[in-house]
Design a protein around this ligand. Structure first.
Ligand code: GLP
Length: 262
């Protein structure tokens, strides 16, 4: 395959197994790169991961838990434009509930783009620069959209794009409608996302896909050459990429919706 590096594929029995594995990789990354922030994602795939992380952190001995809390710094991939951090549909709110409050972290330890900035362009530049000033990402965990997006890097998208405001596709607004009472029109039309530049600069990447609905896009990722039509395919040029999937996402045969960019 052109432009692709070898990668590791880990297949767990189910989403619960995936969640435990990814949570333990997050804890390992904190020890391996204590000075570097984690790169985090939102979405339904990640919800059980943060629940597993809470359980694993609760099992740490108190001094180790304290070290983890004090040293924590993470940067999320993306945020919707126009939503306040307290908006129930915002990624900031999702992270507050899934991670920041349960782990007892300060708000500034869990960084996201400011969706309410009057200038999304300026906010994207500020966010990208803040990440760079923190040393770049240690481990970056990513989900995958049905159309192959990572973060909110919608197809078509090159690997040379950095943090920026983006317009969301109809497919993505439909995929994410559940957090907006099932109404795709209520999903913001714009977002700020880290680009492939910041993502590929992470020391290690972990792409997570669970459930039958991800089987089609996972098949594309495993079989197509890297290209702008499948933004996740750029991850395959990274020397330390691990795919963590469950059996349903890897299943052959009739699969979930195929969403292409055209
Ligand atoms: C969303 C987010 C991504 C996320 C992906 C998968 O739109 N921007 O960061 O990984 O789509 O979401 P889900 O896990 O809900 O399928």
């Amino acid at each position: 395959m052109q432009g692709a590096e070898p990668f590791t594929l880990l297949c767990c029995r189910d989403a619960a197994g995936v969640a435990e594995l990814v949570a333990s990789r997050l804890l390992e990354a904190r020890q391996r790169w204590p000075q570097l922030p984690l790169g985090l994602a939102t979405g339904r795939t990640m919800e059980p991961v943060y629940a597993a992380l809470q359980r694993q952190v609760a099992r740490l001995d108190p001094p180790a838990r304290q070290v983890l809390r004090e040293g924590w710094l993470s940067f999320n991939l993306d945020e919707y434009v126009g939503l306040a951090p307290r908006d129930p549909g915002s990624f900031a709110q999702a992270m507050a509930q899934a991670l920041q409050q349960p782990l007892g972290l300060a708000a500034e330890q869990v960084q996201l783009p400011d969706g309410l900035s009057p200038s999304p362009e300026a906010e994207a530049l500020r966010y990208g620069a803040a990440l760079q000033a923190s040393g770049g990402l240690g481990l970056q965990v990513l989900g995958i959209g049905l159309n192959g997006h990572v973060g909110f890097n919608e197809p078509p998208c090159t690997a040379e794009l950095g943090c920026r405001p983006v317009e969301l596709s109809a497919a993505t607004r439909l995929q994410n409608a559940a957090a907006f009472h099932g109404d795709p029109k209520a999903v913001p039309a714009e977002a700020i996302t880290l680009g492939l530049v910041e993502i590929l600069a992470a020391r290690e990447l972990l792409l997570v896909a669970t459930g039958r609905s991800k089987a089609a896009v996972l098949h594309r990722l495993l079989s197509e050459d890297p290209s702008p039509q499948l933004p996740a395919s750029w991850l395959r040029s990274h020397p330390r990429l691990t795919l963590v999937v469950d059996a349903a996402a890897l299943a052959p045969g009739p699969v979930g919706p195929v969403v292409s960019s055209t």
